[in-house]
Design a protein around this ligand. Structure first.
Ligand SMILES: Nc1nc2c(ncn2[C@@H]2O[C@H](COP(=O)(O)OP(=O)(O)OP(=O)(O)O)[C@@H](O)[C@H]2O)c(=O)[nH]1
Ligand SMILES: [Mg+2]
Ligand SMILES: [Zn+2]
Length: 335
């Protein structure tokens, strides 16, 4: 009989899974191993328990939400430099976009995370950390909030406890909250502060540029008072892939403007009746946000082309292989 467990940690090809009763180490069942789909932290999986060794993951339950990033192909793609969608975590309600209020603060980075969060079906919250070190918290909070009307922004300090009460409004029992963001932003420190003890290891940051040292190396699900938190290693950068919905959701006002342009294929440069140009000229849309939006859009388009190329490469490889097999007289029913 299979039981449902949740993946809490992935270690190469071994998975630590948990339910209310117990924790087990698992590997993938043989028939799953060569499929191009692997469980990630937060997944619900069907497990056949093996009391004598690693248990077996038979199936991944459909994901309610996920957070993905573009991955530059794997060894399976050979030399082809193509992109694929890589799910990092699954079944999350909120993504806390952890950003420190120091030199590392970047609204355009928050925009990237917000777009990918919305595309995956979760709700983004910009959590601005280290407020104790920042002289102009309100100013940066307002800057982040002006990014999108659909983005909630909460400045906090794990050191002084500032803002944590506001953050707790998201902690409904049963909810899953992922902490994402650059290395050194204070993801693991926040987990430890909420837990009241040192669950995760934390590390210092470089003086010169406030960058972290990639202290956390695994994604891990931690339960605190019925809420599941997923701590993650700092991502170096986050590209756009399959992000149409998330970009449009994050920049909803711009998507609305575009729908009002006189031409449906308006390039927003010099066409008559362009609602974007008009908004830029009368100041209702800032040049900065328009640039951010255009940049993410362009990147997402680029990913789409690379992804399609990958599909073409796979099809071409398959055709070549079949032709070779046929030439050897195999696959034609002659052997
Ligand atoms: N002053 C201050 N320092 C903080 C705060 N939160 C975290 N830090 C410090 O920031 C540094 C990095 O914190 P971590 O929690 O390890 O950062 P992380 O986001 O988990 O980093 P990675 O695991 O590398 O991705 C540590 O030296 C923390 O003590 C805060 O609210 N105030
Ligand atoms: Mg960490
Ligand atoms: Zn236009």
């Amino acid at each position: 009989m299979n039981e449902i467990y949740r993946v809490v940690l992935v270690h190469r090809d071994r998975y630590l899974v948990r339910n209310e009763e117990k924790e087990l180490y698992c590997i993938l069942a043989g028939r799953r191993r060569y499929r191009d789909e692997f469980p990630v932290v937060g997944d619900y999986v069907e497990v056949t328990e093996n009391p004598y060794g690693d248990s077996l993951i038979q199936e991944i339950r459909p994901r309610r939400t996920q957070f993905c990033r573009p991955d530059r192909g794997g060894h399976a793609d050979g030399f082809a430099k193509t992109l694929q969608v890589q799910p990092l975590i699954a079944n999350i309600d909120y993504v806390f976009i952890i950003t420190s209020l120091n030199r590392d603060f970047s609204v355009s980075r928050i925009a990237r995370y917000a777009a990918m969060t919305v595309s995956g079906g979760a709700v983004p919250v910009a959590v601005l950390t280290k407020a104790d070190l920042c002289p102009n918290v309100e100013e940066l909070e307002a800057e982040a909030a002006s990014l999108s009307e659909n983005l909630q922004v909460v400045p906090i300090s794990s050191r002084t406890g500032y803002g944590l009460d506001r953050l707790r409004t998201y902690f409904r029992p049963g909810a899953t909250i992922a902490l994402l963001g650059s290395s050194g932003a204070g993801k693991s420190t926040l987990i430890n502060t909420l837990a009241g003890r040192e669950i995760m290891q934390t590390g210092g940051i470089r003086e010169e540029d406030s960058k972290g040292r990639h202290t956390t190396t695994h994604r891990e699900l931690i339960e605190l008072d019925g809420v599941s938190f997923i701590d993650t290693p700092g991502l170096r950068e986050l590209g756009m892939i399959d992000a149409e919905e998330g970009i449009a959701g994050t920049f909803a006002d711009i998507a609305e403007l575009i729908s009002r342009c006189a031409f449906s294929d308006c390039t927003h440069r010099s066409e008559p009746g362009c609602a974007v140009r008009e908004a830029l000229e009368n100041g209702t849309l800032s040049a900065e946000r328009w640039k951010m939006f255009s940049h993410l859009e362009k990147e997402n388009q680029w990913s789409k082309v690379r992804k399609n190329e990958k599909m073409m490469n796979i099809a071409m490889e398959r055709r070549k292989r079949n032709t070779a097999l046929q030439r050897c007289g195999r696959g034609t029913g002659r052997e």
